[in-house]
Design a protein around this ligand. Structure first.
Ligand code: ADP
Ligand code: MG
Length: 463
């Protein structure tokens, strides 16, 4: 019928807008490299903040002792305790607990959020077994993974630039987040010192390097997205401090805020951005990360319901609710292998209260998920290619067989197989088979928590 053709044409238009041919991806990768240079040249020189992390040494394996880490960056936060045994014994023991953040704390006050975190941490510390914390006059030390844009002022301090990923706590912006946490710990009498403030990308880079000395960069694909990598300190014009002994400096790119005229942006992405908590910002993140992919799908479905009566004469009420279709639902539908797309039918019914869908309709929905996921995955690959290009690992050097490992982590990468596979294949497509043989994408399982504990160890007040 005419309606069906109309729905098809909405889908086709969207697909065209989302196109990521290799020529376009190369432009995106080049733009990423250019912006990296600009962000390193001067403060505010680019949408890419290219934040200097003050991490100039990554873990070597020699780290020893009992250390804590706290990982805050999405809807959950985790507390970890790691017992490091040095070169020989490595990670002797690792324990963690996951706590979810009540939604009202994500948009409340700074004190309320940090009090909640300090309480959870204190409870966890209380489960420490006797004898593990060897010296009673030694203060416990913590690596704090805080995955929001922070202007780092030292390895263990930094002010919050802005919130992302659905958090909005006005009175914390501009504050030293370590100070906020420390005050909350003092309020409840928890004696612990934050010796390293990092974000999940830097934690993942540190955790990855601990396991593999060839790790050069880390990328997070989770609720949000970001990347960090090891830069030569002399290649950072905006760095006016002493050159570190190692000659290296880890850079937190905050690549979620990347934008370029080469990015394929549709009317749905524009509307999503305008109606978001942070309009005009995190444009790359809004095309790629887990917080947004499902929402883009919902917006296209809504248009199909509204203009092409895709689900019948009325628009399903639930379909009107922003963010109701989460990315895990989307990936479940996308990866439905049942012949009659039973999972798609179930998701539509359970989440959107849409029943009686035909197989033909379900196929359209799978196709829509594929368009959104493919675009996100291919753009992620282009971003990684941009980093490799910046550090000269995108070509074969004469006679060199230097391996370059990129540590990947995050729920989107971990659980969305089609996304992951597409990203990895696209990277090979961008770099060519030969170069790709020396580029390894490695899943750094929970590297960020361990990484923060490792950095807490290497920046301990006692060494
Ligand atoms: P965070 O980024 O919040 O620190 P994670 O790295 O665990 O936490 O990522 C969680 C995100 O990963 C979720 O918000 C969701 O978008 C995405 N995700 C989780 N499970 C799946 C899944 N099965 N399929 C697709 N995406 C998923
Ligand atoms: Mg995380």
């Amino acid at each position: 019928s005419g309606k069906w053709a109309q729905a098809q044409s909405i889908l086709k238009d969207f697909e065209e807008k989302c196109g990521t041919p290799i020529s376009k991806l190369k432009q995106v990768a080049d733009a990423m490299t250019v912006e990296m240079h600009a962000g390193l040249a001067s403060e505010g020189g680019s949408k890419l903040k290219m934040i200097i992390s003050y991490v100039d040494n990554l873990p070597t394996g020699d780290e020893k002792g009992l250390f804590y880490a706290l990982d805050l960056g999405g809807t959950n936060f985790r507390v970890l305790r790691v017992h490091l045994g040095g070169k020989e014994h490595r990670v002797v023991k690792q324990e963690f607990e996951e706590v979810s953040i009540p939604p009202h704390l994500m948009t409340g006050s700074s004190d309320a959020l940090f009090d909640y975190i300090a309480e959870a941490l204190a409870k966890f510390v209380a489960t420490e077994s006797e004898g593990l914390h060897f010296s009673p006059d030694r203060q416990r030390e913590l690596g704090f993974t805080f995955s929001f844009p922070v202007r780092q002022t030292s390895i263990s301090s930094g002010t919050l630039i802005k919130w992302t990923k659905g958090f909005l706590i006005e009175d914390a912006v501009g504050q030293d987040v370590v100070g906020e946490l420390t005050k909350a710990m003092e309020r409840i009498g928890l004696d612990m010192r934050v010796t390293a403030l990092v974000n999940d990308t830097i934690g993942t880079l540190a955790g990855g390097r601990y396991n593999n000395p060839d790790v050069v960069a880390a990328v997070i694909l989770g609720t949000g997205t970001n990347a960090a990598y090891v830069e030569r300190a002399h290649a950072i014009p905006k760095w006016h401090g002493l050159l570190p002994k190692s000659g290296d400096m880890v850079i937190n790119m905050e690549w979620g805020n990347f934008r370029s005229s080469h990015l394929p942006i549709s009317e749905y992405d524009q509307a999503l951005d305008t109606e978001s908590l942070n309009p005009g910002e995190q444009i790359f993140e809004k095309l790629i990360s887990g917080m947004y992919l499902g929402e883009v799908v919902r917006r296209v479905l809504y248009k199909m319901a509204d203009e092409a009566a895709f689900f019948g004469d009325t628009i399903p009420e639930k379909l009107k609710i922003p963010f109701i279709l989460r990315t895990p639902h989307m990936s479940a539908m996308h990866q439905d292998t049942t012949p009659d797309l039973k999972i798609v039918a179930t998701k539509l019914k359970d989440i959107l209260e849409i029943s009686n869908t035909s197989l033909k309709m379900r196929k359209v929905i799978v196709e829509l998920c594929d368009i959104v996921a493919t675009r996100g995955a291919r753009l992620s690959a282009a971003g990684i290619a941009g980093i490799l290009k910046k550090i000269g690992r995108d070509t074969l050097k004469d006679g060199e067989k230097q391996k370059s490992v990129v540590s990947l982590d995050g729920g989107l990468y971990e659980h969305y197989t089609k996304f992951r596979t597409c990203m990895e294949n696209t990277l090979t497509e961008l770099l060519g088979e030969e170069v790709s043989e020396n580029i390894i994408i490695e899943h750094s399982n929970d590297g960020s928590g361990i990484g923060a504990a490792l950095l807490a160890a290497s920046h301990s007040q006692y060494i």
